[in-house]
Design a protein around this ligand. Structure first.
Ligand code: ADP
Ligand code: LRH
Length: 480
């Protein structure tokens, strides 16, 4: 069959990109058409996404991409735009790091206890789950006027095509989906007064999502018809689809702004023990479950770099490699690090109150962050495999963090397992491959992974030394 081109729009919390994947029978090539910063904006009412500038970046990217056979869109999860009855956007989408959800979960749990909520939706507790955001927004003029709620990738798809839908893998992060059925958690929604009529009908990866509008063709210089194809529109769903695993006994860590560490399972784990460990059951491709934990990720470093005036990252990482290992560690899963601002101070403070040496220089703080992330990776992989009773021989690391070779090596050391790192643009590749599958360029999910393993040449890191120091550091954190 001929080589076909698929445009993947992939919006991460730190940058957006439009990538072009060229897929043939035994070939898969990815190139970057356009990359743009994603900079949230703080206005008096709170932290907001600049969604118009993101949409402009998407249009620029499609123009740069040139002729393609289809377009797919993925982005970060949980956030949404509200539309009025005429389909116009009501206000800027609220950022999941906005403070409006503080203290909201307790109100929700007074109606549906946390244990019942977990049993019904399988989602870990995170203050920003869409359910808590909607609860925080109750009574606001925007929500009262809203006729429709579209998750971010669905909103962009609507602007590109004029058609509305709710993509399932991303919908599973709202805390309003039952992971056993892949349908709405009707009972939860009713008890909490969430109007499910706000959501457009569910659609699944592979479903058609409309054609680029005439106005979009004109702005991008593309010649129609150009179909938009539904992909795993949650970036993590797309990234996991692009893990180049060759067997079943693997864990994955999607590293970027977040680290999402866990397993791909056939069924959710909804036990009380799993809830206590705060593991989530998000939906992946083809009815799979992404059983994972959210770890603060390279956000910690991004925020420090911002505070330090954006020094050269490569140089900083080389210096950090020379700082003694595991002197001080913080809990990289702690939601206390969620909000932006003053990150070097907050990390130093966390070390101080836990009686550890306080890191001072940027290199020391960077080392503390990377050791802490590796430690959190170790904990998540270990607990996931125990709670799901699933063997793990190898840890696949994908996403922007694969560029951080120190983090990859430390993760291998901490886990005591080989790390296979790459691809870096996993979400875009998963996005491309789901389109390719829908249009007949590849077979099933296993074929997708075989193609990735053959074409993407990941880097292997073997664990160094014994894991004693990591066990000791884990115990130090647990004892706090
Ligand atoms: P997101 O999709 O969440 O915006 P990415 O997957 O693009 O995030 O990953 C971004 C992260 O990758 C950055 O925060 C940075 O820590 C890391 N990164 C990017 N380029 C490099 C590099 N050259 N060296 C080391 N780390 C890098
Ligand atoms: C990563 C991600 C993650 C969500 C978070 C809000 O980009 O989608 O899976 O938990 O953003």
């Amino acid at each position: 069959t001929a080589v076909r081109s698929y445009a993947a729009v992939d919006l991460g919390a730190s940058s957006g990109r439009v990538m072009v994947g060229r897929v043939g029978t035994d070939s898969l090539e990815l190139t970057e058409a356009h990359r743009f910063r994603n900079r949230p904006v703080r206005v008096p009412e709170g932290l907001r996404w600049d969604v118009l500038s993101l949409y402009a970046g998407v249009l620029d990217g499609l123009r740069a991409a040139g002729p393609v056979d289809s377009v797919g869109i993925d982005s970060w999860a949980v956030d949404y735009g509200l539309l009025d009855a005429d389909g116009a956007l009501l206000g800027n989408p609220v950022h999941y790091r906005d403070t409006r959800t503080e203290g909201v979960a307790e109100k929700v749990w007074a109606t549906v206890p946390a244990a019942e909520l977990y049993a019904a939706t399988g989602l870990q507790y995170a203050p920003f789950n869409t359910l808590y955001q909607l609860t925080a927004a109750r009574g606001t003029r925007e929500l009262r006027q809203a006729a429709r709620l579209l998750l971010i990738p669905d909103l962009l798809a609507y602007w590109l095509t004029g058609e509305q839908g709710t993509e399932l893998t991303n919908a599973s992060t709202t805390q309003l989906i039952d992971p056993r059925t892949g349908d709405w958690a009707y009972d939860v929604a009713e008890r909490l007064g969430v109007d499910l009529g706000l959501f457009a009908p569910l659609r699944r990866p592979g479903d058609p999502a409309g054609l680029l509008r005439a106005g979009v063709l004109e702005e991008t210089g593309l010649t129609g018809p150009v179909p938009v194809t539904t992909v795993g529109s949650h970036d993590t769903a797309s990234a996991v689809a692009a893990v180049p695993a060759t067997g079943e006994r693997f864990a994955y860590i999607c590293t970027g702004t977040w680290s999402l560490a866990g397993l791909e399972l056939a069924a959710p784990v909804l036990t009380e023990e799993s809830r206590a460990a705060n593991f989530t059951n998000e939906l992946g491709l083809d009815g799979t479950v992404r059983y994972l934990r959210n770890i603060m990720g390279l956000w910690l470093l991004q925020e420090c770099l911002r505070a330090w005036g954006e020094p050269d990252l490569g140089e900083l990482l080389r210096e950090a490699a020379g700082v003694p290992a595991l002197r001080s560690v913080v809990d990289a899963g702690d939601a206390a690090f969620l909000a932006p601002g003053r990150m070097p101070e907050r990390i130093a403070e966390a070390c101080r109150v836990s009686g550890q040496p306080v890191p001072v220089t940027p290199a020391e703080i960077t080392r503390c962050i990377l050791d802490s992330l590796a430690l959190a990776h170790r904990r998540a992989v270990e607990e996931a495999r125990r709670l799901a009773d699933h063997p793990v021989d190898v840890v696949h690391v994908v996403g922007g963090g694969t560029r951080n070779t120190l983090l990859c090596q430390l993760t291998a050391d901490a886990c005591g397992l080989p790390v296979v790192a790459g691809p870096t643009e996993a979400a875009a590749l998963g996005n491309v491959l789901v389109q390719a599958r829908a249009h007949g360029s590849v077979g099933d999910r296993a074929d997708m992974r075989r193609l990735l393993a053959r074409t993407q040449s990941p880097t292997r890191y073997e664990p160094r030394g014994d894991s004693g120091p990591w066990r000791e550091a884990a115990a130090r954190l647990a004892a706090r």
